[in-house]
Design a protein. Sequence first.
Length: 120
Amino acid sequence: MKRLNNNFKKIFIGFMAGVISGLFTAGGGLILVPAFMYMLKMKPKKARATSIFCILPMVITTAFFYSKNNLINWNTGILCAIGGIIGGFTGAKLLNKIPDKYLKLAFAIFLIYAGWNMLF
């Protein structure tokens, strides 16, 4: 029963991340990483890596619907994707070199900064 409850919790976290990502393009990682760390008790590095794995299907699905509604600026999207591939590789390499406490602090600062800028 406990395993079933834990699996339901994981599906619910993914569902909420998908809805929020689809509505606000907030990035599933903003939802998934804290949820994995605090609800599923994952270590920060494992939470980030698992988040990236979960985000890919969400992004593909959401991009399909945005494309179908002609909402994508393809030039900007392709050029940013090239930078994102390089940045993602760099970030993944750096993840193993930075202690968890500094990753948590940097992520918290980023969330506060992003939230503040959304308000004003």
